[in-house]
Ligand binder design. Structure first.
Ligand code: ATP
Length: 272
């Protein structure tokens, strides 16, 4: 579903690369955490997948498409395949909850009757029924992130990217958001989530990719936040390939296959 082959990204000629010869594959239906210290290249990797940036060298593929070859005018359509949520929610302040979610469908040209039918469904999925007419500044942080997730998910993208989605939330709300992302994943969407939230990563024990100074230094099938080989390990510890979980397109009636996240104790590592 996602493939990076020898990807290097330099923001300026002659500068130290933000990503250095990164190769990895993420199969359909996987949930993968992307961890690493500040400045290690996590957001850069996500931006390449969204075509907000282009790789300096190497190949970036999403759902079988070389994203560098997508013409600029078609980049908005990439969002049908790849949804994204961010730490700071990025909602439109002058639109209601329903308006924010509808906007994602409007920009890709979905007809009005489809928008009217689909928006209430996705708001129910994220637990926001009854709050459709509120504006973002009338919502809690957790509710705002639910709107952002609804907006990202409303077109049923094959991939959902999340860049520190719990970075502005307290531990209990972070656990709720994690459960929601877990539900979305278990219904078939591939998720790649960059995070500093050690508690969530340790609780979920899913695949972990770790970057350090632009290098992929860990790919662990059921990892925790901390690198068992230590933070200064320089040779990659690639111990698995992708899990290759098959995707499904069914609704979010999710069997409880994974334990729900308990609100983790603050670690001091949550990004501000
Ligand atoms: N637009 C940009 N122009 C130039 N350099 C950039 C740009 N964006 C990021 N960088 C540099 O690229 C490197 C990787 O940054 P990136 O934001 O990808 O790290 P990160 O792991 O997401 O960090 P954080 O956890 O703090 O969000 C850093 O050295 C950063 O200064």
């Amino acid at each position: 579903m996602i493939r990076l082959a020898s990807v290097t990204k330099r923001y300026a000629v002659g500068s130290r690369p933000a990503l250095c010869d990164v190769s990895t594959e993420i199969g359909a239906g996987e949930f993968v955490f992307l961890v690493g210290p500040s400045g290690s290249g996590k957001s850069t990797l996500l931006r390449l997948l969204l075509r907000e940036e282009r790789a300096t060298t190497g190949l970036v593929e999403v759902a079988g498409r070389d994203v560098a070859r997508i013409p600029d005018r078609k980049v908005p359509l990439l969002r049908r395949t790849v949804g994204c949520v961010f730490q700071d929610f990025r909602l439109l302040p002058d639109r209601t909850v329903a308006g924010n979610v509808a906007f994602a469908l409007d920009v890709v040209g979905r007809p009005r009757h489809v928008v009217r039918a689909v928006v209430p469904e996705v708001l129910e999925l994220v637990g926001l029924t009854g709050k459709e007419k509120r504006f973002p500044d009338e919502l809690s942080g957790g509710e705002q992130q639910r709107v952002a997730i609804a907006r990202a998910f409303v077109g049923h993208p094959q991939v959902l990217l999340a860049d520190e989605p719990t970075g502005n939330l307290d531990p209990a709300t972070s656990a709720e958001i994690m459960d929601l992302l877990d539900d979305i994943n278990q219904a078939g969407t591939t998720i790649l989530m960059a995070t500093h939230n050690a508690g969530l990563v340790d609780a979920m024990r899913l695949r972990v990719l770790e970057l350090d100074a632009g290098l992929l230094v860990r790919d662990e099938r059921r990892g925790g936040y901390d690198n068992p080989d230590g933070p200064s390990e320089t040779s990659p510890d690639i111990d698995t390939g992708p899990l290759d979980t098959p995707a499904s397109t069914g609704p979010l009636d999710v069997p409880a296959q994974r334990p729900r996240v308990q609100a983790p104790a603050p670690t001091g590592r949550e990004a501000g």
